[in-house]
Design a protein around this ligand. Structure first.
Ligand SMILES: *Cc1c(COP(=O)(O)O)cnc(C)c1O
Length: 383
């Protein structure tokens, strides 16, 4: 066993990216400079949204979304339980209560029927999650929310470059958030963004990321002034020019990377057809999947940990996305969440494995992953 260990996801950085960052390092503006709006404009073009606001990470983008939607104490925010904790934590930051919805058994995306059952007069927003890189059924979610003053947010951290019947992620919800962590589609090391067609929401997000102050350093310099107004309680959630330059350079390569991720997914689909006891998730009709993750489900709910251990021993960086958020100790203790609340997600997560998926993954590596998975499943079966 001499093959190098495979991660489940990793960044691709080339000489263009390095040059873009070095150029900023030698410039006058390391932060709040011109690379920030340049990246934001490129992101707006990619997502089809009118406005993009770059922030320090995907969690900050979710927090900013809650702030600009005026989510606060007494409000409820519905989010699927099968997600990263940040999709729910953002409501708690604002003093609101997260309410955990269940997922569709075939796609593991937020189930609109579950959302319908959880709506109350206190519901202020729904944070849908484009799990694994597939957009949720936003049309169905909008039907469920029709006639109510409830904002629809997409936590699209997995789904940059995905679309539904030709409409890109970024235009499907009122507000969409992205993450540029190294395992995501493009990276700025740490980074995130919020996109929207509503200029007022974008304006407020820019104030929120800058301590609640209405002008930044460069704007004051060009206006020849040194005073400023702090109008709300904000944070320092800015993304530096170094990071924005990296992000813009990375965005140029997104189309090619998406093509590669989709080709890898087809290869996994084909090869896994010959492996008993494991199936991929279902993709909704009309969806162009972005495949942040390639998730499979084991038929045997008791096999997961042994299969994950066996794969990791063979140097294959499998991962789990996710333990349902409502089962974490913090939520059990603080919000009295309990087992049985989200039966579909609770039955699904014990069978889930995320296989390696990133643009630099080779066809040979996919073959090695599938062979190892077959061996691990076979070893677990009696006889
Ligand atoms: C990565 C991720 C986030 C958080 O992004 P960070 O940039 O790590 O803060 C939020 N939601 C989901 C679903 C994610 O995968």
């Amino acid at each position: 066993m001499t093959s190098a260990p495979l991660p489940y996801g990793r960044q691709s950085i080339d000489d263009d990216d390095v040059a873009a960052v070095v150029e900023v390092l030698r410039s006058d503006w390391l932060t709040t400079g011109p690379a920030v709006p340049a990246f934001e404009q490129a992101l707006a073009r990619t997502t089809g949204a009118k406005e993009a606001v770059a922030v320090s990470n995907g969690t900050a983008a979710l927090h900013a979304a809650m702030h600009v939607l005026d989510v606060g104490p007494g409000d409820e925010v519905i989010t699927p339980t099968l997600t990263f904790a940040a999709s729910a934590n953002c409501a708690v930051y604002q003093g609101a209560r997260p309410v955990f919805a269940d997922v569709d058994p075939a796609t593991l995306l937020l189930d609109p029927a579950s959302v319908a059952r959880l709506l109350t007069p206190r519901t202020k927003a729904v944070v849908a999650v484009d799990y694994a890189g597939q957009p949720c059924d936003y049309e169905a979610l909008r039907r469920v929310l029709a006639g109510r003053d409830v904002a629809l947010v997409a936590d699209a951290a997995h789904a940059l470059g995905a679309s539904d019947r030709g409409v890109p992620v970024g235009r499907l919800a009122d507000l969409s958030t992205f993450s540029f962590h190294p395992v995501k589609h493009i990276t700025t090391a740490e980074g995130g963004a919020l996109v929207t067609d509503d200029p007022e929401l974008a304006r407020r997000a820019r104030v929120f990321r800058n301590h609640g102050i209405t002008t930044d350093h460069r704007q004051r310099e060009s206006a020849g002034t040194w005073t400023y107004d702090m109008v709300t309680l904000g944070y320092n959630y800015r993304l530096s020019d170094l990071q924005c330059a990296l992000g813009r350079s990375q965005l140029n390569k997104l189309p090619g990377w998406l093509t590669r991720r989709r080709a890898l997914a087809r290869l996994y689909d084909e090869r896994l057809r010959e492996v008993a006891g494991v199936r991929p998730l279902v993709t909704r009709a009309g969806v162009e999947h972005a495949y942040h993750l390639y998730v499979v489900r084991l038929d045997d709910p008791t096999a997961r940990d042994a299969v994950m251990t066996a794969l990791r021993e063979r140097g294959i960086g499998v991962n789990l996305h996710y333990r349902p958020v409502h089962l974490h100790p913090y939520y059990r203790e603080r919000f009295a969440t309990r087992e049985g609340q989200c039966p579909v997600a609770e039955a699904a997560w014990t069978r889930l494995i995320s296989l390696p998926m990133f643009p630099g993954l080779t066809d040979e590596a996919v073959a090695r992953v599938v062979d190892s998975l077959r061996a691990a499943l076979g070893a677990g079966a009696p006889g």
